[in-house]
Design a protein around this ligand. Sequence first.
Ligand code: SF4
Length: 97
Amino acid sequence: MPISRFDAYSFDDWRPYPRLPDHLEADALCRSAPIDWFFPRKGMPAIGKRLCAQCDVREECLDFALTNGVHFGLWGGMTERERHSERQRRKVQKNLE
Ligand code: SF4
């Protein structure tokens, strides 16, 4: 059985990374998926993105990553670079309101 992102949080070197709150983790589709799908060493995380697209807590997961300034890995279906763009987009939108 592959190691999931949630299994990894029990390792010392993963503790600095925030963990999804329990109420989101329970519905997270990545709970039992291989961690490499969400923290790929190179290339686009296409498989992880496909799973995120079907996840019931995608919006909450993305909001969590944006709110907590998570800079590493795939969260809410977005890469670090995509979340940076999303942060900028939300700032602009907020300023226009
Ligand atoms: S949106 Fe993706 S990264 Fe977030 S909980 Fe769902 S499957 Fe996991």
